[in-house]
Design a protein around this ligand. Structure first.
Ligand SMILES: Nc1ncnc2c1ncn2[C@@H]1O[C@H](COP(=O)(O)OP(=O)(O)O)[C@@H](O)[C@H]1O
Ligand SMILES: [Mg+2]
Length: 373
């Protein structure tokens, strides 16, 4: 979408429903050499950034703090991020601050709310540092967050972000994906993450609760299905879900003519070859029907005049959308149940949310950011 279309007319409703905040830090008054815009995708399993200086970085959404002096000395740092935190989680206080798709805030005393908030703030600071802002630059960030968090946890996320940026806006992630592709009107976004698949209906304004369906038929579900199928067929093979996840990320496919998938798994300690082609196909296929159930719901409750247009503009995003031929399988299911369907894969599933958020940041007129003070 060009700058001018955003500034005028119908998009004003989108602008007003994006939550924003300016922080008036002392530091920002000394930053007079321009603005670095950032699009941040704050995901359950990955956090990614695309910045206007061309930097793009992605990090798994894990934060770890060494448990004691010994582990502090061993690890050599006060905070570990991403896969580094994951692999040392046993010697750290370990957080996945967005694990359930939202900042974990609850009344349950056993939940470490403060710890999670700090971890979220540290994660945001780290991803911004990795985007290499110059000291004299203002940082304006648009943050795409899981649809539910955008509705219920705005304030907490803005609080976590504001210490690292001069201005921040939140928008729901399917919205930023659609914005990046100029498909804001009459389109359906399917964002397949690790814990959840978010289905979202776009119709020219910010999506509301009734436009969104969240299901747990997502990446983790496929991993669990595949583990179960393999345990049943090859009871002698030894593996963990993490190993299965890696195998899936390498071979995932539901293409009609799949090349055989041969992997080595230990049997009594000895690497042994297994043909897991059919199990991979079945596990990957298991999310298609529930996904089309969700699509059917969102389509059926839409204005009948526009239902066909919606069916023919389905966008597939998120890490889980990288399953080969998933677009064709969804189309096939849509044809048989809904009469038609056209599915588009976004080019860069990992950076789709961040790219879209960066585009929103660029398109927001300067006076709009100022108004937020
Ligand atoms: N090549 C691939 N094929 C299938 N699934 C994949 C592939 N690469 C990553 N994934 C899955 O994508 C999910 C993570 O997607 P992502 O969009 O990063 O998640 P989130 O939005 O939850 O942070 C994980 O379940 C991961 O296993
Ligand atoms: Mg995501």
């Amino acid at each position: 979408m060009s700058k001018s279309t955003v500034e005028e007319g119908k998009d004003s409703s989108q602008k007003s429903s994006i939550t924003a905040a300016m922080s008036n830090t002392e530091a920002s008054t000394n930053k007079d050499h321009g603005v670095l815009y950032m699009g941040i995708d704050l995901g359950t399993s990955r956090t990614s950034v695309a910045a206007s200086n061309g930097v793009r970085v992605t990090l798994s959404s894990h934060v770890g703090y060494p448990k004691d002096v010994v582990s502090r000395k061993l690890l050599g740092k006060d905070i570990l991020f991403g896969d580094d935190a994951l692999s040392h989680r046993l010697s750290c206080r370990f957080y996945r601050p967005l694990a359930s798709g939202v900042l974990k805030l609850s009344n349950n005393k056993t939940d470490d709310v403060e710890g999670n908030m700090k971890a979220a703030a540290d994660l945001i600071r780290e991803i911004i540092r990795l985007a290499k802002p110059r000291k004299d630059e203002l940082v304006y960030a648009v943050c795409g967050v899981p649809a539910e968090a955008a509705i219920h946890h705005k304030d907490a996320i803005i609080k976590a972000a504001r210490e690292s940026v001069d201005s921040v806006m939140l928008c729901s992630e399917p919205f930023s994906v659609a914005y990046g592709l100029d498909m804001l009107d009459d389109a359906l976004v399917i964002d397949i993450g690790a814990g959840t698949t978010d289905l979202c209906r776009m119709h020219g304004t910010m999506p509301e609760e009734s436009d969104q369906i969240t299901t747990t038929y997502a990446g983790d579900y496929v991993d669990n299905q595949l583990s179960m199928l393999l345990a049943k067929k090859f009871p002698q093979a030894q593996f963990t879900v993490q190993m299965i996840k890696e195998i899936k990320e390498k071979h995932s496919s539901i293409a009609d003519n799949m090349a055989p998938i041969l992997v080595e798994l230990p049997v009594n300690g000895k690497p042994t070859q297994f043909d897991i082609t059919e199990e991979v196909r079945t596990a990957c296929l298991s999310i298609v029907k529930p996904m089309v159930d969700g699509l059917a719901n969102l389509i059926a409750s839409f204005d009948p005049e526009f239902q066909n247009r919606l069916k023919n503009r389905v966008l597939l995003a998120g890490g889980g959308s990288q399953i080969k031929a998933l677009d064709l399988a969804i189309e096939r299911e849509m044809h048989s149940r809904l009469g038609s369907g056209k599915v588009f894969r976004i080019e860069e599933p990992v950076y789709g949310g961040a790219n879209g958020a960066l585009k929103i940041a660029h398109d927001m007129p300067a006076e709009y950011w100022e108004k937020l003070k």
